[in-house]
Design a protein around this ligand. Sequence first.
Ligand SMILES: C[S@@+](CC[C@H](N)C(=O)[O-])C[C@H]1O[C@@H](n2cnc3c(N)ncnc32)[C@H](O)[C@@H]1O
Length: 473
Amino acid sequence: MRERVTAYARRIEAPCTGGEGRLELTVPRAVVTVERLAEGALVRGRRVGARGQSTGPASARRGGASSVIGGASPMTGSASLVARDPLPVAREAAEVWQLAERLTGLLPGAGPLPPGAEALLEGALKHESWLVATLACDVLNRTGVPAVPQFVRDHDPCPAGRHGEPARPRRRPADGGDGSFTERWEARISVDEYALFEATHPAYALQMVELGRSVRAHCRTPPPTVLDVGSGPGLPTVMLAEMFPGARIDAVEPSPAAFPHLLRNAARHSITAYNAGIADFAGARDYPVTVSVGASHHLDTRVFLRGLKRHTAPGGLIVVADEMIAPFTTVAERTRAIIDHHFTYIDQALAHIQEEDLPPAERRRLRALRDPGRRSPERLHALLAETRRDRLFHAGDSSPWQRVRFCVLELEALVAGVDYDVERKTYPENFIALAADEGLELVEHHRVHATVGDRDLDAGTHVIAMRHSGRRL
Ligand SMILES: C[S@@+](CC[C@H](N)C(=O)[O-])C[C@H]1O[C@@H](n2cnc3c(N)ncnc32)[C@H](O)[C@@H]1O
């Protein structure tokens, strides 16, 4: 325990005192005590004021030290500080932006579909822009058509001689290259399947439109370079390139399983891929815009935020899109929050699928995934083992079978999250408070898609824009 906690303290540059059984870390506005118990570790937080005086408990939970510590800043919730007209779009991106705005205007809640909308959506599903096709897929699904973008249907599952089965790590590495607690993504997630099917994730493209809007709203000039952290196979990176074709995008991704997909997907765009974790990335430290999609929950939140800040110019913009869960204070609450969050996405993705339309292997999988009796914490590993079997590639099948396979990925993330291994989702208040601690000013926050709860700060897909204050902690 001592070794892990002191390594973590070094990484986040927090003074660490104490002995083998009890350690104290001093982070901005909080002191965190990690105590060894017979059955694990007890982590407690105590808020402290600017001069170090105690102001009350911050948080307490059992398990390893992590991103749920701290969090004493006042919440601002959804605050838009758009003060001027957004940046104009580049000529080459005009069609993509125009379609993106039209399609987001068709999302349920915006009223009944106007005449001609169905034809527009069906055409958009086949559009060569991954952003447009993925957005159309989402809108269609929400209006009752379980769609799949054409580029996903056309995707070759065997890049560079690889086969379609999920990548399996030869061994489980101790960390993801950043020296903290991150294990490799492919230890828990079927990366080859992710590269194919993640585009059917609810709000996957919508978060990118919102991220793009944030960049346009809060940059004075078009960014010549953008850093993308945790690009994975690169679908959102490609969408970013479609929205900002004038920018050179540097994509940082440590996973050896995801990297070949990223290289392949980046090839048609102005994207340079770096096979590194953010803590080891040796690139520039003055990006005017840094973004990250779906990656903040894969490493310690402070390590993540510091990594992004380190590479962003003072005054620069950082936009993070990611899934976050409902607030929690105990392991049991966290487990419940993760299960409810991921099963909501699964139910949304499967909502309109007719079992009889699917190939037999996917019918069985669909039944298992929909069975409410198999969703209790103790049955999840068995459900995952069963749904992971027989993942054939149904070339030429026109049913929405890819949606069922996306749900296996969602279940993998759920189970990894419950195990607190690779997946370490937090809640928006905590993320925003930690960002404030790290000298990142909140510019804008939106929950672009809800899973659980009515508040903007409840579970779902969030886009958070922050400004590097220029302060070096
Ligand atoms: C859920 S995937 C998101 C991928 C992609 N951005 C997307 O939204 O589809 C999270 C990614 O974060 C990456 N990751 C994990 N640890 C990281 C680190 N230390 N630095 C940068 N990326 C990391 C993983 O390898 C993985 O590709």
